[in-house]
Design a protein around this ligand. Structure first.
Ligand SMILES: *Cc1c(COP(=O)(O)O)cnc(C)c1O
Length: 296
């Protein structure tokens, strides 16, 4: 596994600190490393040679699995949503990176992609590729949550609020399970929808958490100029890059809540920077096509 020292939290001001999980590795980044760690150990234990997983065209998880396969000696297969993308690998930085790591990319229709957990679909994949260790889309399973329980450490005891971005709910579940009784976990979903509450309840052992659902900026991978400006100003002020899909939205939300007086006076807030920086290049490609301001 990767060797890294737990990095010190970065202080933004008297109230907010950032846990710099994005510094773990440029591609096996942040929570994706945490979620893969015990899955890779399990795959090794089972003597599996191949990892297979699912993801969208700009997925941080696809980049992480491709990179981890290369680093830890697994062949990797990425099942990608969208048949049309087969012709766009060269212009998509995430897919180019994954391919260059040696990942075999299999493009499927959106309809097939929806049946990714289906036994028959998995069986066709086994027919095509042979045996593999399956990692679900976004990487969330029980072993992933075990890894995410290692994000908070003893030295984080002083925080009253721990904030993270939410995609599938795996990361927040790990944080909830390892939080102390006086700590409240706030999740900022990066997408619209009510299904997350239920997903998290499946894995979370405590009730010390809440989802803040009004900072998705229109939905998954949607951005506004206000968000891009915030991300650019944040980097300018603190030299900390934020990604537009997850951590930028969370950080925007935290600052907005502070302005609105959500947090009690003198409370300490820890924001988990879950990484995702590889997604900036892909987002900039899209913004450029739309003639919108870019992330700098
Ligand atoms: C995948 C991802 C998330 C979401 O994590 P979940 O465990 O799926 O909720 C948050 N932040 C970043 C940067 C991610 O890449």
């Amino acid at each position: 596994m990767l060797k890294f020292e737990d990095k010190r939290n970065l202080s933004i001001d008297n109230q907010v600190c950032i846990k710099p999980e994005y510094l773990i590795h440029p591609y096996i980044s942040g929570n994706k490393y945490r979620k893969l760690k015990y899955n890779l150990l399990e795959a090794k234990r089972l003597k599996k040679k191949v990892l297979l997983t699912f993801g969208g065209a700009f997925s941080n998880h696809i980049a992480a699995v491709a990179s981890a396969g290369k680093e830890f000696g697994f062949n990797t297969i990425g099942v990608i949503r969208g048949e049309e993308l087969i012709h766009k690998v060269d212009t998509n930085p995430t897919l180019t990176f994954a391919r260059d790591c040696g990942m075999i990319l299999k493009f499927v229709t959106r309809e097939d992609f929806r049946s990714k957990a289906d036994k028959n679909f998995i069986a066709t994949l086994k027919n095509e590729f042979g045996d593999f260790y399956l990692i679900p889309e976004g990487g969330t399973n029980a072993l992933a949550i075990k890894g995410c329980e290692e994000i908070l450490t003893e030295s984080d005891e002083c925080y009253d609020f721990v904030c993270c971005s939410v995609g599938t709910g795996g990361t927040i579940s790990g944080l909830i399970n390892s939080a102390l009784p006086h700590q409240k976990i706030l999740g900022f979903p990066a997408l619209k929808g009510d299904f997350l509450q239920e997903e998290i309840t499946k894995f979370a052992l405590h009730e010390n958490w809440e989802l803040i659902t009004n900072y998705h900026f229109g939905g998954y991978a949607k951005v506004t100029e206000e968000l891009i400006t915030f991300i650019n100003e944040f980097k300018h002020s603190y030299s900390i890059p934020l990604d537009p899909i997850y951590t930028g939205k969370m950080m925007f939300g935290i600052y907005d809540l502070i302005k609105k007086g959500y947090f009690p006076k003198h409370s300490k807030i820890l924001a988990i920077h879950t990484g995702g920086l590889q997604g900036i290049e892909g987002m900039n490609t899209k913004l450029q096509q739309q003639k919108k301001p870019l992330i700098v």
